[in-house]
Ligand binder design. Structure first.
Ligand code: NAP
Length: 259
């Protein structure tokens, strides 16, 4: 007997119409492009910022000018649990639900391990890893109640391969993998998928902060011989939102640098 699977009809123009998404760290770089991509696909997007209100205003302006979708900005430091709780409460009050969480906010504080201070270690772990705990903790009950959710965390090639001077950052990004797989197991039967994207070197302010000769050296090692674009990370995020049968995975977006 042949089993015929029904092909779901989706709106090809606005596949995320009716969905409410939170993107942490949407004021710049990768987070800003993810927010725009989600809005263009019809989602109502709440973008968070930490210290850059002017920058996130620009993101909102672009979305409004494009007439792409609804965008709302909220200040929240992801390393502070009270902030992420307030964020989730405000989103539910304003938009009625939370369907998608993109854990994007992240920082670096690079130094060789011998010279790295405990403060530099804690700062990176608190934002990059505990920030994901805080934001996910704040939304998970809403997703469980509605039996639908998409949680996507932005990791890094550095969490896969390691990098000189980045023990704190690499540990935080490797930790996200264990978090993603474990939470994916816990929520797979509840309509929630939990995945990650591992960007390689993407042209944002974070990468621009690297010494020019280090950057040139990295680019020369990328098989595609260029930096990635923030919008190319957003493409993978869009895929994971729509991929109903994919959970506990990490997709690399790195121009072939780490396979
Ligand atoms: P970015 O340009 O430096 O932007 C970082 C974003 O995170 C900003 O919106 C910033 O908000 C926000 N942020 C920083 N600390 C925060 C905190 N405590 N609470 C809430 N938000 C905070 O970084 P990016 O290059 O776009 O990177 C985005 C993510 O991708 C990060 O997780 C990063 O580790 C990862 N990634 C980047 C690359 C790359 O090549 N760029 C590669 C691999 C992975 P404010 O502007 O308001 O401070």
């Amino acid at each position: 007997m042949t089993t015929v699977f029904e092909v779901e009809k989706v709106n090809p123009l606005k596949p995320l119409e009716g969905k409410v998404a939170i993107v942490t760290g949407a004021s710049r770089g990768i987070g800003a492009e993810i927010a725009k991509a989600l809005a263009r696909n019809g989602a109502t997007v709440v973008g968070t910022y930490n210290s850059n209100p002017a920058s996130i205003e620009e993101v909102g302006k672009v979305i409004a000018e494009e007439g792409a979708g609804t965008f709302h900005a909220i200040q929240a430091d992801v390393s502070v649990a009270e902030d992420t709780e307030r964020l989730a409460t405000e989103v539910v009050e304003k938009f009625g639900k939370i369907d998608i969480l993109i854990n994007n906010a992240g920082i670096t504080k690079d130094r060789t391990f011998r010279k790295m201070t405990k403060e530099e270690w804690d700062a990176v772990i608190n934002v990059n890893l505990s920030g994901i705990f805080n934001a996910t903790k704040a939304v998970i009950n809403h997703m469980l109640e509605q039996q639908y959710g998409r949680i996507i965390s932005i990791r890094s090639i550095v969490g896969q391969a390691g990098a000189f001077g980045q023990t704190n950052y690499a540990a935080s990004k490797a930790g996200i993998l264990g978090f993603t797989k474990s939470l994916a197991l816990e929520t797979a039967s509840k309509g929630i998928t939990v995945n990650a994207v591992c960007p390689g070197y993407i042209g944002t302010e974070m990468v621009a902060a690297m010494p020019e000769e280090v950057l040139q050296n990295i680019v020369s090692q990328v098989p595609m011989k260029r930096l990635g674009k923030p919008s190319e990370v957003a493409q993978a995020v869009l895929y994971l939102i729509q991929a109903d049968f994919v959970t506990g995975q990490a997709i690399s977006v790195n121009g072939g640098l780490y396979m």
